[in-house]
Design a binder for this molecule. Structure first.
Ligand SMILES: NC(=O)c1ccc[n+]([C@@H]2O[C@H](COP(=O)([O-])OP(=O)(O)OC[C@H]3O[C@@H](n4cnc5c(N)ncnc54)[C@H](O)[C@@H]3O)[C@@H](O)[C@H]2O)c1
Ligand SMILES: [Zn+2]
Length: 354
């Protein structure tokens, strides 16, 4: 069978449904010890599929609200008490929360040990597991404390999706829509007509998305310019996500918040960059078809704006955003005013009332 692996400058993404090649890699590297990070769901559903023989298990609670310094402290405490050293290996077995926080914890402990990502959600397979961005949330801001460091390897097995709850699977599609809108109009044309996001050849879609992300992060690994395009939908989306995690009993998932962000930022693309109205309509009807309404009227504009001020993309006190001139043509560093965000919220609310 043809090898579908993707080679990046410093590591390989193994497309390996059985995870067989993980053991080979571990044997070759001669690690002193192995630690596997899971949450309660990946412990139950994904750990039994891991073909690694001897390891120590670190279990944390699932969810964005645990992606913080306190959980990191618990991870470091475990590593310290169980003899981890710089020649140990840290395996992240889980979604983007496990990958972001486990990678961060491993990279800081004793100034860094190798870590391998085994992403188990659609979102983490198409996005979070590659590109080297590692972080935890701090105070009100998402991913505020972190660093760039590549994993030693990434292993992709779409078999993990068998146990993934439907809402989590759909959540991953947010980043797929984003990749298509910023980079690949052909992919957009293909996926916009899908009536149901549960498709048979999901591995092909995952690989296509990994190729897009690879192409972008290889040109600009540290987000000095081009990589900023991956933040489409995230300037407004992240702020809404932070407030939702803080206030809602059932908080928005990351992808769900990014969908709201993409609708708002598509509207601003038409307002500020004259993106064609036909494309705005195309984007919004497609996203609305798959994602139900979130009550934006309960969110305070002042609070959203305050959180947006912490965004890492800002410069000189200006809130900078990625907008689309047209589908497949993103422009970064567009300054936003508070009134823009207000008008985008109004557009979102009206869209769902129609
Ligand atoms: N580093 C990056 O470049 C990057 C990019 C995008 C998103 N992210 C981050 O990723 C996070 C979101 O990732 P996520 O959506 O994967 O969330 P997640 O890690 O919280 O996983 C979602 C839920 O699914 C469960 N789960 C995971 N795999 C499962 C499986 N196979 N079967 C059953 N249940 C399973 C988890 O326990 C969790 O409850 C956010 O923190 C976001 O900031 C990072
Ligand atoms: Zn995202």
């Amino acid at each position: 069978m043809k090898n579908k692996d993707l080679n990046l400058e410093h590591y390989t993404i193994f497309i390996d449904p059985s995870l067989q090649r993980l053991d080979d890699l571990i044997t070759k590297k001669k690690y002193t010890s192995i630690f596997v990070l899971v949450d309660e769901n990946t412990k139950k559903h994904c750990l039994p599929k891991l073909p690694v023989k001897a390891f120590q298990l670190i279990e944390i609670s699932s969810g964005e609200s645990f992606k913080n310094l306190q959980t990191c402290g618990e991870i470091w405490d475990f590593l310290l008490k169980n003899g981890a050293d710089r020649k140990s290996l840290f395996i992240n077995l889980g979604g983007g929360v496990i990958g972001d926080m486990g990678g961060f914890a491993a990279s800081c402990f004793k100034r860094g040990m190798d870590f391998i990502n085994i992403p188990t959600t659609l979102l983490s397979q198409v996005d979070a597991s590659i590109g080297g961005k590692l972080a935890i949330d701090f105070k009100f801001a998402k991913n505020l404390i972190g660093l760039f460091k590549d994993p030693t390897a990434v292993f992709i097995s779409t078999g993990f999706f068998d146990t993934l709850p439907a809402n989590q699977f759909k959540n991953g599609w947010a980043e797929i829509f984003k990749h298509a809108l910023i980079y690949n109009p052909n992919l957009w044309e293909e996926i916009k007509s899908l009536e149901n996001l549960k498709i048979d050849d999901i591995e092909r879609i995952v690989i296509r998305n990994l190729e897009i992300k690879k192409a972008v992060v290889e040109i600009d690994p540290f987000e000095k310019n081009l990589r900023k395009i991956l933040n489409f939908g995230h300037t407004i989306g992240h702020a809404i996500e932070s407030l939702s995690v803080e206030n809602d009993k059932e908080p928005l998932l990351h992808g769900e918040a990014i969908i709201i962000g993409m609708i708002c930022e598509s509207f601003l693309s038409s307002k500020l960059l004259n993106m064609p109205q036909s494309e705005l309509l195309d984007i919004c009807t497609t996203l609305k078809k798959h994602f139900t309404e979130y009550d934006l009227s309960k969110i305070s504009l002042d609070e959203v704006w305050d959180i947006m001020m912490y965004d890492k993309k800002n410069e000189d006190g200006k809130i900078l955003c990625v907008l689309l001139e047209k589908i497949g043509k993103p422009i970064w560093d567009i300054p936003l005013q508070k009134a823009d965000v207000e008008s985008a919220f109004k557009y979102y609310i009206d869209l769902y009332e129609k």
